[in-house]
Design a protein around this ligand. Structure first.
Ligand SMILES: O=P(O)(O)OC[C@H]1O[C@H](O[C@H]2O[C@H](CO)[C@@H](O)[C@H](O)[C@H]2O)[C@H](O)[C@@H](O)[C@@H]1O
Length: 355
């Protein structure tokens, strides 16, 4: 039933292709050792050196504002099938010191609800799926937690990935967890990391189910090296895991070929949109792991990868939004555009979903 409705929905939607590949500028995090070197730099005029703002403006020439470009983007997307993908932290909620208090505003929730009534919408987060769902509290969006390693997807025959997918029917939806076999080891690693970080003031370990975060936002600069050393000493016993850096966070996860980009492709597939030439995936994210999804959109040659950044960054995104308040404005415009650009019924009526 849901699938049939989804098919109807697909018939009434529409889209486009992204613009040029982005130019690389600066990585974002302080302590990361796996950061890429910038391969281009802005032209260093006197004005640029005098003003950090000028640096950002120069970067925005390559990554124009998705708000300023909105009309042009939607003109191209009109008549095509739009699907919306969003990161959570730093995109739907502002970055705060306490990861347990990264709440989404009611305004953002209501904008997201409206967007999800118009387009298939998914949140792909580094958090555990339950945690992000708890923050978002909407039933008309799909959730992918643990950087896409825990997906609650629409009902559809699921392509097997090396036979590693488990299909656990719950209601109408399908759970996809390509790293399930690592769960017992992840718990061992979590305990070891908690032990190793407890003497470092401000360090915090977060269990994201299929990955673990070690936060250092509140760790003194002089203590960071010890924390990193401790984390690496734990991981030395687990070669099947890898370490990445996000925004003041070290993320430990199974070293499988699966990331937010794969999750995006998987969701497009389960939505029945992977082979269409008229699909426009819009992905909005702010962190390094979102780059994998940006790359997928660039490779597909259609869609809009949008980075949330208030300073120049090395990115594959074609467009930018300055902060979460601009994300809110973008989502509101998107929902409004959809409502006024088509006389078709809202997706909630077509799918029979809503919140
Ligand atoms: O993919 P995301 O949804 O962006 O998740 C990435 C990490 O986000 C969270 O940490 C970040 O946000 C926190 C709250 O604002 C902030 O305190 C922290 O410094 C940031 O790195 C989340 O807590 C992590 O587990 C995710 O890996």
């Amino acid at each position: 039933m849901f699938r049939k409705n989804l098919g109807k929905f697909n018939k009434v939607m529409g889209f486009q292709r992204s613009t040029s590949k982005s130019q690389r500028v600066q990585p974002d995090n302080d302590h990361s050792i796996n950061k890429k070197a910038p391969n281009t730099s802005p032209v260093w005029t006197k004005e640029l050196i005098a003003s950090p703002d000028a640096n950002y403006k120069s970067w925005m020439v390559k990554h124009p504002s998705a708000l300023h470009s909105f009309d042009q983007m939607m003109k191209i997307a009109k008549g095509k099938k739009i699907a919306i993908f969003l990161d959570y932290d730093g995109t739907l909620s502002p970055i705060v010191n306490d990861p347990e208090r990264a709440f989404m505003s009611n305004e953002m929730r209501s904008a997201l609800r409206e967007v999800a009534k118009c387009f298939p919408t998914a949140i792909i987060s580094g958090r555990s799926r339950d945690k992000v769902k708890g923050f978002v509290q909407l039933n008309n969006v799909y959730y992918a937690g643990s950087h896409g390693m825990d997906i609650m997807a629409p009902p559809r025959p699921v392509k097997s990935l090396d036979g590693r997918n488990q299909i656990d029917k719950k209601g109408n939806e399908v759970v996809f967890q390509p790293a399930k076999e690592f769960l017992p080891t992840i718990q061992k690693i979590r305990r070891a990391l908690e032990e190793k970080s407890k003497e470092i003031k401000g360090a915090r370990v977060e269990d994201n189910r299929f990955c673990i975060s070690v936060h250092y936002r509140l760790v003194r600069d002089e203590d960071y090296a010890l924390l990193e050393e401790n984390v690496k000493s734990v991981l030395a016993h687990y070669p099947e895991f890898r370490l990445n850096w996000g925004k003041k966070v070290m993320e430990i996860r199974p070293a499988i070929e699966w990331d937010k980009g794969h999750a995006l492709e998987y969701l497009l597939d389960t939505l029945g949109l992977s082979n269409s030439t008229d699909v426009v995936p819009v992905y909005i994210g702010d962190d390094r792991t979102d780059e994998d999804a940006f790359k997928v959109i660039q490779r597909r040659g259609q869609g809009y990868p949008i980075i949330v950044a208030s300073s120049p960054k090395d990115t594959e995104a074609s467009y930018s939004l300055h902060d979460t308040s601009e994300v809110l404005t973008f989502l509101l415009r998107l929902a409004r555009w959809r409502k006024y650009s088509s006389s078709s019924r809202a997706v909630s009526q077509i799918w029979g979903v809503g919140n």
